[in-house]
Design a protein. Structure first.
Lengths: 325, 333, 403
């Protein structure tokens, strides 16, 4: 149950955020608009990951693979078949959904770290498959797509992000969301309450993958290029970092997470040839520090602020990994 | 509280471990027969085993960390690379190989210990396992950057601990290095086993990992055990790194262990994340399987070999969800 | 405030605004060029799996600093911005946009890698920003100039290089049975196509082709099969890691073919690593276009090369041919900038680069920089070299117009 104050605050925050995001490009250069578009891509991707890991408790470190599916769908349809960019997005979502259901089924048999490593394997396998069928995907030399203005990219990316957010919010508020949370907190209790584990766990994967695929499509549009390196392991790891830094099990932290993984490295970027290698050192250190100081993510900080110190056990989302004995 | 076995599926009438060993024995038999039939097959098998030996070293370190802390340590490869650079530096400063080797082991142990204390424990204190995994990813990024910053981008040469001798058996060639790498991995498994089974410290570490609360009650300093686990894993990783760097297929550069880490994970999962012996078997299996697939199955084109290793892993997991030698997970209600 | 002083204040503010606008507009005339500096920049893999090429921008930067210390170019100092894209086009694109829109570079110089360059080619050409002396041996840069006039390469292209090997084998190695090891993608295909073109009618001499994926560092499986095919010529078209491994395995299994190694992987640094790991590379052949520093360490140019590295790039090993490549490339850029004159424009730079006729001291004597608007490969000549007594020695004549 939520305190009325936090719901009001939540809606208020959403309105403010929407206005800021909508108005922001007016004050930004074309380059910064492109950057903003990329933040939007990570927003959608981290949102997607949150659905399967934060809300239904199945760890995935392979969402880059689903992004790759969406990205390549968009690239191939636009490059080889002259489709309109936006029209490819629903197709990408469908393909992502199908892939997510396909992955979700065997995932039922796996738990915890084994599931995580399997998704890790999928993340590595998909770029290799893209490399292999190079006639279709352009291989390592990839496919170059038409460029767009920063403003177009920003608007497209955040429109998609907004739709994804609203969709996720509605989904998670309802029965499906409750089922997801029940599955995450205790599979045995959920099963004994009549929650169809297999259905909901697979559904979580499917929806999550669909959203990630759309994020991947927009990512490819932002960079006007696709090749296997675009969807390497690094991407999956960054999405995971973003989700945890934002706070798993919370939709509000997603924005913080997206800003963290996209803007911090850019902020650290240096044009001095001799200092470039310090960028990963600083970024890595910051990630560790954030995990030490704010292990439950930004959303936890937000929640603490809302509750003004009075924290009841049910309003604290239990972090993953501490539910099992 | 009743313990409920949550593994759905048939109840095995034969202990599953026996079936696993039977399958492994069958695989070995297949390799032996093939090698007798064809010296090309023998050569591919031997090269595959040599590659597997390189993965095995890191896989054992991963298993050790997992057993001690229940965490997948993404930074394991980068730590191994860093310690290998330390060895390189000591040799460049004039120390002989074995002196540098020994010093590196010490540095690695202390370094791993310190890393756990400084970077992981603050995270562990309030977070969950996933938070620690994220921290390990941060550590991976940090360490690889640090290596490049300190030692630059140029690839370097790491001497081999084994004399460069080539043996020819049945038309196939292998080097002492190949044998040695596999041998060291097996030896490390044996040493670990002896340590965990027969020493007080090993027992304490096992207790700290499996039942931290109970362990504290009997006076075991659980946090020191975790640091010790990281230290040992770092030392093992250092050995794996030094052996890998000295092999001709791996160049000493900051990203040296990235590819190996991937196969090491697959190997560790195949073996069951808590079994060092399983990790070695998994690693050797991956090495041989990929070489044979690449040689004889033409529709598995080179880019598909990496996914093939994971298909192998997936097949094992679908039949035995905790890996070949992993403990079946029971979950308390 | 009185009305009059308010009016005066308003006039002053308006004038200031007008002047500021004029000043800004004036300086926007040629981006990256001011009275004292020219700003150029590029994207390179400084971290990540391709980081071993990260020595190149360091060497280029060293050369630019050397030039700056000796008066600069037409009185301007070169400011070289280097961004790390980790060989990932998803980083290259935003970093390139940053170079153009935030750093206002005059030109994007030396960007490394085929995919990263392809990813940014459309954007840069649309924005009419020079994308010059890109560090990749693909033929696109010289071949597709009609569609992408703002892009130009530097080094001899990969098919051109392997064409030279093909011609050599066809004429000088009778009874050749060729086994090829190539990377299973466009990079390897480039070399393979060139080899077949160079072989011409002798194409049928290729008896086996084995491929590897960049994620496989061990290629013993492929080399073993090549030996089993009976090949006596080994066309080794691989990246440095796999090249070193292939050379060692070849020796290990007792195979003694005539080996051709692609230039990218034939740096003395890599050959040295192979030898230390047990490879016997005597007689192995490659091609080069760079100055023969190793065999002429005491010439003025070699001394200049080593002193540039030791002064401005302290970690730089002169034996790493990538460093020499970087210096040679940077020399070319400076030459083009000089040719573009005291008031360089972007179009002027492209004009200079498409009318390049110069002798680059860091190239092999006889290999010239030569472009025309219709022939946009700055370096078109190579010479074969074979390994003897611990180093590559050029032999034969310079293969010209290897197209």
């Amino acid at each position: 149950m939520r305190l009325p104050r936090s719901t009001l605050f939540g809606i208020g925050a959403a309105v403010v955020a929407t206005v800021v995001i909508a108005v922001l490009p007016l004050f930004l250069s074309d380059y910064h608009r492109s950057t903003g578009a990329t933040v939007g891509v990570f927003f959608t991707a981290i949102l997607a990951l949150n659905i399967v890991t934060g809300y239904s408790g199945q760890i995935s470190i392979g969402h880059g693979a689903f992004m790759a599916l969406g990205g390549y769908t968009t690239a191939i349809l636009t490059h080889d078949h002259s489709w309109n960019d936006i029209a490819t997005l629903p197709i990408a979502a469908l393909i992502g959904l199908a892939a997510g259901l396909v992955v979700g089924l065997p995932a039922l048999r796996l738990h915890g770290v084994y599931l995580a490593l399997t998704t890790f394997a999928v993340a590595l396998a998909v770029p290799q498959i893209a490399k292999n069928y190079s006639g279709f995907t352009g291989g390592t030399e990839g496919l170059a797509l038409p460029t767009h203005s920063g403003l177009w990219l920003y608007r497209t990316s955040w429109l998609v992000a907004g739709i994804a957010f609203v969709f996720a919010w509605l989904l998670l508020r309802g029965r499906t969301g409750r089922a997801f949370r029940a599955v995450r907190d205790s599979e045995i209790a959920a099963a004994s309450s009549g929650v169809g584990l297999a259905v909901y766990k697979t559904l979580a994967f499917g929806i999550s993958a669909a959203l990630a695929a759309v994020a991947g499509s927009v990512y490819v549009l932002v960079n006007n290029f696709v090749n296997p390196d675009v969807f390497g392991l690094t991407l999956s790891l960054y999405i995971l970092i973003g989700a945890v830094v934002g706070g798993l099990g919370s939709l509000w932290g997603v924005l913080v997470g997206a800003c963290f993984v996209e803007l911090l490295p850019i902020g650290l970027t240096t044009s001095h040839v001799s200092s470039s290698q310090l960028v990963p050192v600083v970024f890595g250190a910051v990630v560790i520090a954030v995990m030490a100081v704010v292990p439950l993510g930004a959303a936890d900080v937000l929640r603490a602020a809302l509750q003004f110190g009075s924290r009841t056990s049910e309003s604290v989302e239990r972090p993953l990994g501490t539910t099992e004995g | 509280m009743a313990a409920v076995s949550f593994t759905r599926g048939r109840a095995w009438s034969i202990p599953s471990v026996w079936i696993v060993w039977a399958v492994i024995a069958g695989g070995c038999l297949f390799l032996v027969i093939g090698s007798i039939e064809s010296s090309l097959f023998l050569q591919q098998t031997i090269s595959g085993l040599a590659n597997g030996g390189i993965y095995a070293g890191l896989a054992v370190a991963l298993v050790l960390i997992y057993r001690a802390t229940e965490v997948i340590n993404f930074a394991q490869g980068a730590i191994a690379t860093f310690t290998t650079y330390v060895a390189w530096q000591l040799i460049a400063w004039g120390l002989s190989y074995w002196v540098a080797f020994a010093c590196t082991l010490g540095v690695a142990f202390l370094g791993g210990f310190a890393l756990e204390l400084g970077a992981i424990r603050p995270v562990e204190r309030r977070g969950s396992q996933l938070t620690v995994v994220i921290a390990s990813i941060g550590l991976l990024i940090l360490i690889e950057g640090a290596i490049g910053r300190i030692w630059g981008n140029q690839v370097k040469f790491m001497p081999a601990p084994f004399p460069a001798r080539i043996y020819h058996v049945g038309g196939a060639a292998f080097s002492l290095q190949d044998l040695g790498t596999i041998g060291v991995s097996i030896a490390s498994v044996v040493v670990l086993w002896l340590f965990f089974q027969f020493t007080k410290l090993g027992l304490a570490m096992r207790a700290a990992a499996v039942r931290p609360h109970a362990a504290r009650l009997v006076g075991i300093r659980v946090s020191w055990m975790l640091s010790l686990g990281w230290g040992l894993a770092a030392a093992l990783g250092a050995v794996a790194g030094m052996l890998a760097a000295s092999s001709p297929s791996v160049l000493l550069q900051p990203s040296m262990m990235d590819g190996i880490l991937i196969y090491a994970f697959a190997a560790a999962v195949i073996g069951g994340l808590e079994s060092a012996a399983g990790a070695v078997i998994g690693a050797l299996a991956i090495g041989v399987t990929l070489n044979l697939l690449g040689s004889y199955v033409s529709w598995i084109t080179p880019p598909l070999l990496l996914p093939a290793a994971f298909v192998l892993m997936l097949i094992v997991l679908l039949v035995k969800p905790s890996g070949l030698f992993g403990r079946t997970r029971t979950r308390r209600v | 405030m009185t009305r009059r002083s308010k009016g005066a204040l308003a006039m002053a503010l308006i004038s200031a605004a007008v002047l500021a606008t004029v000043a800004l507009a004036g300086s926007a005339a040629t981006p990256g060029v001011s009275k004292s500096t020219i700003v150029i920049g590029g994207t390179f893999p400084l971290t990540g799996p391709a980081a071993l090429y990260g020595v190149i921008p360091k060497a280029e930067n060293a050369y630019f600093q050397y030039v700056n210390a000796h008066g600069g170019v037409n009185g301007r100092k070169i400011s070289f911005k280097v961004y790390d894209d980790q060989y990932n086009p998803a980083n290259t694109v935003p970093l390139t946009k940053k170079l153009v829109q935030q750093d206002h570079v005059f030109a994007v110089y030396g960007s490394l890698g085929t995919a990263p360059t392809l990813a940014t080619r459309d954007y840069l050409n649309k924005a009419k920003v020079p994308q010059v002396l890109v560090a990749t041996g693909d033929s696109y840069w010289g071949a597709q100039y009609k569609k992408y006039p703002w892009t130009i390469g530097f080094q001899p292209d990969y098919p051109g290089e392997s064409r030279v090997y093909g011609k050599f084998i066809a004429t000088k190695v009778p009874q050749a049975k060729i086994g090829v090891l190539m990377q299973d993608d466009a990079y390897g295909q480039n070399y393979y196509d060139g080899l077949l073109q160079g072989l011409g009618d002798a194409k049928s001499k290729v008896v086996d082709v084995e491929k590897y994926d960049a994620t496989q560092t061990d290629v013993s499986q492929q080399v073993v099969k090549l030996k089993a095919s009976g090949a006596n010529v080994f066309a080794l078209f691989a990246l440095p890691t796999q090249t070193i491994d292939a050379l060692v395995v070849t020796t290990k299994i007792g195979w003694k073919p005539t080996t051709f190694i692609n230039n990218v992987s034939a740096s003395p640094l890599f050959m040295g690593l192979a030898i230390k790991s047990g490879a016997n590379v005597d007689g192995d052949i490659s091609a080069t276009y760079l100055y023969d520093y190793i065999n002429n360490p005491d010439t003025a140019i070699s001394k200049q090369y080593t002193s540039i590295l030791s002064t401005y790039d302290k970690g730089g090993d002169p034996n790493d041919a990538n460093n020499l490549y970087g210096v040679a490339s940077a020399w070319t850029m400076v030459q083009a900038l000089k040719q573009a004159g005291p008031n360089p424009t972007r179009a002027g730079l492209m004009n200079a680069l498409t009318h390049l006729k110069a002798v680059n001291p860091f190239l092999y004597p006889g290999v010239k920089l030569n472009t025309t608007p219709a022939e946009r490969f700055p370096i078109d000549q190579q010479i074969l070299e074979h390994w003897q007594n611990g180093a590559f020695h050029p032999f034969g004549h310079i293969f010209a117009k290897a197209r």
